[in-house]
Structure formats: structure tokens, C-alpha cells
Design a protein. Structure first.
Length: 315
């Protein structure tokens, strides 16, 4: 008789009660998430359906549902994109400093401080942006208008209050920084020690070791952390509503002007208390678009992560 292998004994052995309970609970949690997601999608579609098929004159603004949603969708994507542009190098740099440069005590303290930022309510970030950050940007935005006004992003005229899309993107970048940094930091800490030591033994400097061993290993986690932050930036409501002096029907790349495009979430929060009838369905239709955009972003991030997994530094 051939000897019984470990895998054969493991497959034939009965599972303990705790293992069965945990397996069932995990499967049930996964199914429950899918059911809730499907329920949310069904609710949004059902409530948005009257607005999707309503006459253009019945939609607020009188231009139809597409022209109603497009400006706020543009503002949502614009603010989230530039927030990600600002947060990406900061998150990677902070994670690298904590894991490979800072002394252990300082690294631990910085890690706690970054994690604490995630616990700050969004309304606090909004108040900070409106009353502290916005006045500080008035003079810099005037300088940008005078010297870089040929770039559409700084076309001007600069806002005298500082409550611009530029300030909103900075606030969003600060808000998504803790999430992205925490994920990237943990990925860098999981880099195989042998890879780092081998790079240093071959004569690489610390930066060369990071570039050849740490960054390739954590590339998929960097993308995942940034996509998590992007999901928060897309759906952020109160901070943008407080900071941004927005106009719902504006489509502009100008980051320093007083006329700024609004975002879907902020527009819903500001318009919903006074909405009734078809106006409510229109707002829910814009929420359906935001739901679809967020779902597509997460699916794209998952596809990128799965594709990069086979080419990570660990392989």
C-alpha cells in the first residue's frame, strides 16, 4: 500500500465544529455583502427610473437628465483625480520613511499619528479647509493667475475667498492620505528580508534597494491603497460641501476661480432637503451614476492588482 500523504489525511479528516462555524460564517458574510450590494443597486434603479424617462423640461434646469448629471459628475472626477495626484507621492514617501528611514520610535509615533487622521470626521476637515486653508491660498492663487494663467488650471480670476476647487482637492488629499499610507506601509513591511539584504550585499544603496526590491513588491498594494482612497474621495460629501463655493451647472478645469463645479455627493446633500417629487428622483439618479462610477473604479483596481500579482517582486 502506498504511504498516506499529509494532504490525503487532511482531506479525509473531519472538520472541527469551530472550523465549520467559521467557514459558514465567512461564506454567509460574503453572500450577504453581495445581497446588500444588489439591494442598493435595485433601490437606486427603481427610484431613479422616473427621472431617467422624464421629459427634459421636468428635470431641474430644463436640459434633461444627462446635462443635469454631467457637470456634477465632472466635478466629482476632477476633484478626486487631483486629490489622488497630490496624495500618491505623499503616501508612498511617508510609507517609505516610516518603514526604511525613520528610527523605530519615531516610525511608531508617525504611524500612530497617520492612523489617527483616519478617525477625524470629515466635517472637521471641511471646517479646517474653509476657515484655515482657504484664506491661506488667496495670495498664492493670485500669483498662479499672474504667472501661470496661460495654463487652463490657473486661468482665474482668482477667488477672493479662497474657497476653490484647489482647496477642495487639498482637503480630499489629506483625507485619503491615512488610508493609502496605512495600506502601503504594511505592504512595504512585508517585503522579504532576503531580497533587501541581497540587494545591499550586491552593493546597492538604500534607495537602489528600495527601487529594485521594495517598490516592485508593493506595487499592487500601492494601487490597492490608492484606489481605496479614491473611493472615499469620490463619495466625500460634507468636506466638499463646506469648502467649495460651487455652481451645479459649471464645467471648468479652472482650479482657482470662484465658479467651481460641484460634486455629486455635495449636490445631493445640499439639494435634498428642499427637493420633492421628481427632483428627488433626479438626485437619486445622480447617486446611481456615482454608485456605478465607484463600482467601476473598484473593479478596475481589482483587475490591475490581479494582473500585477504574477509580476510582483515576490516572484
Amino acid at each position: 500500500m502506498p504511504p498516506t500523504t499529509t494532504s490525503t489525511r487532511t482531506r479525509g479528516a473531519p472538520q472541527r465544529l469551530g472550523d465549520r462555524v467559521f467557514s459558514g460564517a465567512s461564506t454567509g458574510a460574503g453572500v450577504l455583502i453581495l445581497v446588500i450590494l444588489a439591494g442598493v443597486a435595485a433601490f437606486l434603479v427603481a427610484e431613479a427610473w422616473p427621472a431617467l424617462w422624464a421629459d427634459s423640461s421636468e428635470i431641474p434646469g430644463g436640459d434633461g437628465i444627462i446635462l443635469y448629471i454631467w457637470p456634477v459628475l465632472f466635478g466629482t472626477l476632477l476633484s478626486a483625480f487631483f486629490a489622488l495626484v497630490i496624495a500618491t507621492p505623499l503616501a508612498v514617501a511617508i510609507a517609505l520613511f516610516i518603514t526604511h528611514y525613520a528610527p523605530r520610535r519615531i516610525a511608531s509615533l508617525l504611524g500612530y499619528l497617520i492612523d489617527l487622521l483616519a478617525a477625524v470626521p470629515s466635517i472637521i476637515f471641511g471646517l479646517w479647509g474653509a476657515f484655515e486653508l482657504a484664506p491661506m491660498t488667496v495670495e498664492p492663487t493670485r500669483w498662479l493667475e499672474d504667472n501661470l494663467g496661460f495654463i487652463p488650471l490657473f486661468d482665474g480670476p482668482a477667488s477672493p475667498t479662497g474657497r476653490t476647487m484647489l482647496v477642495a482637492t487639498i482637503v480630499l488629499a489629506v483625507m485619503i492620505l491615512p488610508i493609502a499610507t496605512a495600506v502601503i506601509r504594511e505592504a512595504f513591511l512585508q517585503t522579504p528580508r532576503l531580497h533587501e539584504e541581497a540587494s545591499l550585499a550586491l552593493g546597492a544603496t538604500r534607495w537602489e534597494m528600495i527601487r529594485m526590491a521594495v517598490l516592485p513588491f508593493g506595487r499592487s498594494s500601492i494601487i490597492g491603497g490608492l484606489m481605496l482612497g479614491l473611493g472615499r474621495a469620490l463619495g466625500e460629501t460634507m468636506a466638499v460641501a463646506i469648502v467649495l463655493s460651487a455652481s451645479r451647472d459649471v464645467v471648468s478645469f479652472n482650479l482657482i476661480s470662484s465658479e467651481n463645479p460641484s460634486t455629486i455627493a455635495a449636490n445631493i446633500a445640499l439639494s435634498f432637503p428642499e427637493a420633492s417629487g421628481l427632483d428627488v428622483n433626479t438626485l437619486i439618479a445622480s447617486g446611481l451614476v456615482l454608485f456605478a462610477v465607484t463600482l467601476l473604479v473598484n473593479m478596475g483596481a481589482r483587475a490591475v492588482i490581479n494582473r500585477r500579482r504574477d509580476f510582483s517582486g515576490a516572484n
